[in-house]
Design a protein around this ligand. Structure first.
Ligand code: ATP
Ligand code: MG
Length: 1013
């Protein structure tokens, strides 16, 4: 209850607000704004940049929409950038609905609509390219909304966000929208330095609370005990822990008896509307299938999962464990009213397999009306696609699963398939989607429930645990604002999984936003062309990457100072009145090291000797195998060479084994020998038994070893040199004055600590050294390569038009430096650079292999190719397979193409050498995996034919093809490109931009395609 005075103040406040833009904006919204939204909007209206960090679904978009509103009012442009095309499309639709299609434009990888509109939605790459090209479209730009700005941490694309933030004209107000990150303040502080006054608005509040569960044997259990107020708590459910521990042992006994106790909360959770569908009359289709098909054996679900502590890695998981029965779990979720759900499976094949599993199990989740609607939509799409490609695209099973309410969603899918899944899902027609983590990023597909089957994923090299941040991202999809009262995250329990470990991931921790910025060649020429090298350097020093490095340097410097003061204390404690204890301690350490070296040398010598003896063993020799495995007396049946000394033996109990040097502490001695058949059949048990008994007989009768038995025992060990020095050190030690001190050992302990600390300090100092100016250093190296290649040249700073006077005086020009001259490395750092005519073309080439592409253009490699060959060749510049499983070079369809590819490999090798010399990470090597499919595709063959010899998914092929189109487009636009080649580029684009590739695209823009996975 408020007092009259308070009511008056409130009404005054409202009256004041009504006059502001925020007031007008608020009045137009369907709901009232949350506090964090109001705060962020106020900052914006006051002319400040804002960073908003709030959980998934919190409503950050509102702030971006307010920027759009302000833009309209102030008659300036607003750009709304997103990392993903799908998200751009979504935002475009929304903004069109709000402001009309004539006021809104869209610029993405393959769409260009109304690009000069007052509001333009675009992918971040488009904006970056505009900035580098100083595009006219940038004029009158007032606001830039950067949605999902935490993409800045993305290893491959993150730099683009930083480039945009750094290069946007000063007057532009940036609205950065981010998932919750733990270092929002740090990020805000950086924005403040590069963008001017920036306010940080952080909200930790999830509008829809999230409940965490574990599914053990298809039964849901709360992960945490709920708090008294009914909110999710933070104490791990002890019942669940008991259950997991129990299940670990008793795999085969089914778990029904735990059923009802584990979860405390009733069915039909979280639904305001109840389960939307229902009806007992849902078709008979499922039944039919159930009769006709048997469930396939589990090829994937449990495999590759961790075999954690407590599970015998050898036998446990594979044998006794029933595999995850997805249909059963889905039925359980359905019963509890927890659909729709998104099941995250970190592999595309896994997603497809899961859908198939559901199909085979006869899962039907749609009502008859829903099924009809889906049928008509999917068939419409089928009509639009080239008929000959439908089968390779897996259209029939896609359609069938879709009608039952189940689908996969991953980047390997064809865009129209994926988009249809997104649309049907958004309309509530799909109930279960199996997705890769791509879906967790940005695409607005919230669910009531998110299921995680595993807590690790394959990152291309190995299986790694998902981080708390990723866990938050993935489970953040659960709980749809307005629709659900609460969201649910379900982790499927697996042997070896500790509920406490999951609880650690699920607690409210978030992850830090770390820069992944790295100067590229393209960036270097663009910056240098616009600002000159020295100013470019300063600009790069203002990157978030450098900001973070500098901050960490501050922290590290503090660590050094702390350690140095401790060190002073230690040194005091070790001070000895008899002499210099430092010196004495150093002697001791040298002695210790010498002794260790000697022991190591002995060990090595012994091992060499063992190997020599093992290699000299002959079939028929009898040796004693002690060691860890301790087979006892064993009969050698196979000898082995020195490079792989693992002779085969028969043990006295008739088993065949290979023994290795590890089985022996000493070189084995041949105690007896017998004659063997020439090729003993050791695979036959009886033969082995006979050999074992022959061995026992020989030992019993003390048959002597054959004459040629190798000499055993130690060879000559060259220890004298070390022993000399060890003795010498010992003597020095005894002679040292501190040796006689009564507190010697006490001092020595302090000295040991001091020494360790000193080492730490040295390492920290090295780290500081490396970080200081690290970005600028890489930039220098990049410029070094470009300079050597003639893409940049040293010039007189006075001639640089763009360098402001204060910068020009900062570093004196090296004497005698004139345009175009080569300079020594000393002069190099002070020199001003300009981009040469040759370098100019690089400004227009974006991509991982930018310089490589530029070099090939210069060599004229592409000029002689036909349009088909050109299309195929461009794949070499674009394609990167996920794994290093590139086989031999394929047989090229034409001689010319083969020649071009070979030149490509040579040029890359030269570039790599150069990069290594400049201490840069080499450019990704050319890959041939796409050459033949693209050539076939360019020749007009069907998708099936084009992909027949390749393991590439259709969706991937389409994605790469679009990137090739993009590159061809870039090349055609480079001013140096001969008109004939440019025409051929266009021709190639039309050859490959057809059929499924063209299906969802309107026009092609000069930009990189976001790589989803
Ligand atoms: N103050 C509010 N009251 C009620 N509903 C709101 C409010 N603000 C936003 N919403 C609704 O919440 C939903 C989620 O909002 P939004 O998409 O902006 O979330 P977000 O923070 O951008 O999440 P993400 O991290 O997934 O991008 C939308 O449907 C939006 O209309
Ligand atoms: Mg959002």
């Amino acid at each position: 209850m408020s007092s009259p005075a308070e009511r008056y103040a409130e009404s005054r406040r409202r009256a004041a607000e009504a006059k502001t833009q925020l007031g007008a904006f608020r009045a137009a919204q369907a709901f009232d704004l949350d506090d964090f939204q109001i705060e962020a909007c106020q900052h914006l209206e006051a002319g400040r940049a804002v960073l908003v960090a709030a959980p998934t679904g919190a409503g950050k978009t509102i702030v971006g929409e307010f920027a759009v509103h302000l833009g309209l009012v102030n008659d300036t442009k607003t750009f709304y950038t997103t990392p993903i095309k799908a998200l751009s499309n979504q935002k475009y639709q929304e903004l069109v609905e709000a402001h009309g299609s004539d006021r809104v434009g869209l610029l993405t990888g393959d769409t260009s609509i109304n690009s000069e509109a007052q509001i333009v939605v675009m992918t971040t790459e488009v904006l970056r390219n505009m900035l580098y090209q100083d595009s006219d479209t940038l004029r009158h730009l007032g606001y830039v909304v950067m949605d999902e700005v935490h993409y800045l941490a993305d290893r491959f694309r993150g730099a683009v966000w930083e480039e945009v933030i750094i290069h946007l004209p000063e007057h532009v107000q940036v609205v950065a929208l981010s998932a919750t990150v733990s270092n929002a303040e740090e990020f805000g502080a950086w924005l403040d330095t590069v963008r001017g006054e920036t306010s940080v608005v952080v909200s930790e509040h999830r509008p829809v609370p999230l409940w965490q569960h574990m599914a053990v044997d298809h039964q849901l259990h709360d992960l945490f005990i709920s708090e008294e107020d009914g909110e999710p708590g933070s104490l791990v459910n002890p019942e669940l822990q008991r259950l997991a521990a129990h299940s670990e042992g008793v795999n085969s006994r089914r778990s029904g008896r735990y059923g009802s106790r584990g979860h405390s909360r009733g069915p039909n959770r979280g639904s305001q509307q109840g389960s939307a569908r229902g009806g007992p009359d849902r078709g008979g289709r499922g039944n039919l299938r159930q009769e006709n098909r048997s469930s396939p054996a589990g090829k994937r679900s449990g495999s590759g999962s961790r075999s954690g502590p407590g599970v015998s890695g050898v036998s446990g998981s594979a044998a006794g464990r029933p595999r995850l029965n997805r249909p059963k779990l889905i039925r359980a979720l359905d019963r509890e009213g927890l659909l729709p759900c998104i099941g995250f499976i970190f592999s595309r094949v896994g997603c497809e397999a899961a859908v198939e599993q559901c199909l085979n199990a006869g899962i039907v989740l749609t009502s008859r009306e829903e099924a009809q609607e889906i049928t008509s939509r999917v068939e419409q799409m089928g009509w639009d696609l080239p008929a000959e490609d439908l089968s390779i695209l897996g259209f029939d099973s896609f359609r069938e699963a879709l009608i039952n309410g189940v689908a996969a969603h991953h980047a390997g899918m064809l865009p129209p398939f994926k988009e249809l899944v997104e649309q049907l899902y958004a309309e509530g027609l799909l109930k279960v989607v199996f997705a890769t983590e791509t879906l967790a990023l940005g695409i607005n597909m919230p669910a009531r429930t998110v299921v995680l089957e595993k807590l690790d994923k394959f990152n291309g090299e190995s299986h790694v645990d998902i981080t708390p941040g990723e866990y938050t991202q993935l489970t953040g999809r659960a709980g749809r604002r307005v629709i659900d009262v609460e969201g649910h995250a379900v982790v499927v329990w697996q042997p070896g999984m500790d509920p406490r470990q999951v609880a650690g991931l699920a607690s409210k921790r978030t992850y830090p936003l770390n820069s992944s910025f790295k100067p590229s060649y393209n960036m270097a020429v663009n910056l240098t062309a616009q600002f000159g090298r020295r100013r470019a350097r300063t600009i790069l020093e203002s990157s978030f990457a450098q900001f973070q490095a500098d901050r960490s340097v501050v922290g590290t410097a503090r660590d050094v100072a702390k350690r140095e003061s401790s060190l002073a204390g230690y040194e005091e404690a070790m001070a000895c009145h008899l002499g210099d204890f430092r010196e004495y301690a150093a002697l001791r350490r040298r002695l210790g090291e010498a002794e260790k070296d000697q022991a190591k040398a002995r060990h090595r010598q012994r091992r060499r000797e063992i190997i020599r003896v093992l290699a000299a063993l002959q079939p028929g020799d009898i040796i004693e195998v002690e060691g860890k495995r301790g087979f006892g007396e064993s009969l050698v049946v196979h000898s082995a060479p020195e490079h792989d000394p693992r002779p085969g033996v028969i043990t006295s109990d008739g088993k065949f084994r290979n023994v290795t040097a590890e089985d022996f502490g000493q070189p084995p001695e041949v105690v007896s020998s017998i004659r063997l058949p020439r090729k003993p059949q050791v695979k036959v048990p009886k033969v082995r038994r006979d050999l074992a008994s022959a061995m026992r007989a020989a030992l019993h009768e003390r048959v002597p070893a054959r004459n040629s038995a190798p000499a055993t025992g130690f060879g000559f060990l060259d220890e004298t040199a070390e022993e000399d020095s060890i003795e010498d050190l010992q003597a020095q030690l005894r002679r040292h004055p501190c040796h006689g001190c009564s507190e010697r050992e006490d001092h020595a302990r302090w000295a040991e600590r001091a020494w360790k600390l000193q080492r730490e300090i040295d390492q920290l100092k090295l780290k500081i050294d490396r970080r200081t100016g690290s970005i600028a250093k890489i930039f220098d190296r990049v410029c070094g390569v470009l300079h050597e290649l003639g893409h940049m040249e040293a010039v007189d700073p006075e001639l640089m038009p763009h360098v402001p006077p204060e910068d020009a005086t900062e570093l004196p020009a090296p004497p005698g430096l004139t345009s175009g001259s080569k300079i020594s490395s000393d002069e190099w750092f002070a020199a001003e650079f300009a981009v040469t005519d040759r370098g100019q073309q690089l400004r227009r080439i974006y991509g991982e292999r930018d310089l490589f592409t530029g070099l090939l253009m210069e060599r004229g490699v592409l000029a002689s190719l036909s349009a088909e060959e050109l299309a195929a060749f461009v794949t070499v510049l674009v394609y990167q397979s996920k794994r290093d499983d590139e086989g031999a070079m394929p047989v090229m369809p034409t001689k010319r193409l083969g020649g071009a590819v070979r030149t490509g490999i040579e040029v890359h090798a030269e570039l790599e050498t150069l990069e290594k010399r400049h201490h840069l990470e080499p450019t990704a090597a050319p890959e041939m995996g796409l050459v033949l499919p693209m050539y076939a595709w360019a020749q007009g063959q069907s998708l099936r034919n084009a992909l027949s010899d390749s393991s590439l998914a259709a969706g991937d092929f389409v994605r790469w093809t679009k990137q090739c189109i993009d590159t061809l487009d870039q090349l055609s636009k480079i001013p140096h490109t001969p008109a004939k080649l440019a025409a051929r580029c266009h021709e190639a684009v039309s050859l490959i931009g057809r059929g499924v590739v063209a299906y969802s695209s309107v026009a092609y823009q000069n930009l990189e395609e976001p790589s989803d996975e």
